[in-house]
Design a protein around this ligand. Sequence first.
Ligand SMILES: [Zn+2]
Ligand SMILES: [Zn+2]
Length: 110
Amino acid sequence: MYGQDKTLVCADCNQEFAFTASEQQFYSDRQFSEPRRCPSCRAAKKAARGESGGGSYSGGGYSSGPREMFSATCSSCGREAQVPFRPNGSKPVYCSDCFTSQRASSSRSY
Ligand SMILES: [Zn+2]
Ligand SMILES: [Zn+2]
C-alpha cells in the first residue's frame, strides 16, 4: 500500500522534497528506484542534456527534430528566415513575419 507521501532529500541541492504516494506508485509500477533529486534539479538536469535526446546518440541533435529547416534570406525584409523547404532561388522566401503579412495583404488585392 502506498498511502503516504515521503520526504526525500535531494542529492544535488539538499532540499527536502515530497515523493508523493502517487509517485511512489508510479515508480514502483515501473520498478524505478526512488528519485535522488528534487523535481527542479531533475528538470534542470534534463534541460542541460537537451530535452529528449536519444540517450546514447552523440553529436548534433538535429535529426531528431520534427522537420529540417533551411536558412534563407527573406525576400521582403532581408533578414535571415528559417523555412521548412530548401530554397531554390526561383521562389521568394519570406521570414515568418513577412509571410504572415504577405498572406494578410494578398488576400485583399493581389
Ligand atoms: Zn534539488
Ligand atoms: Zn522578412
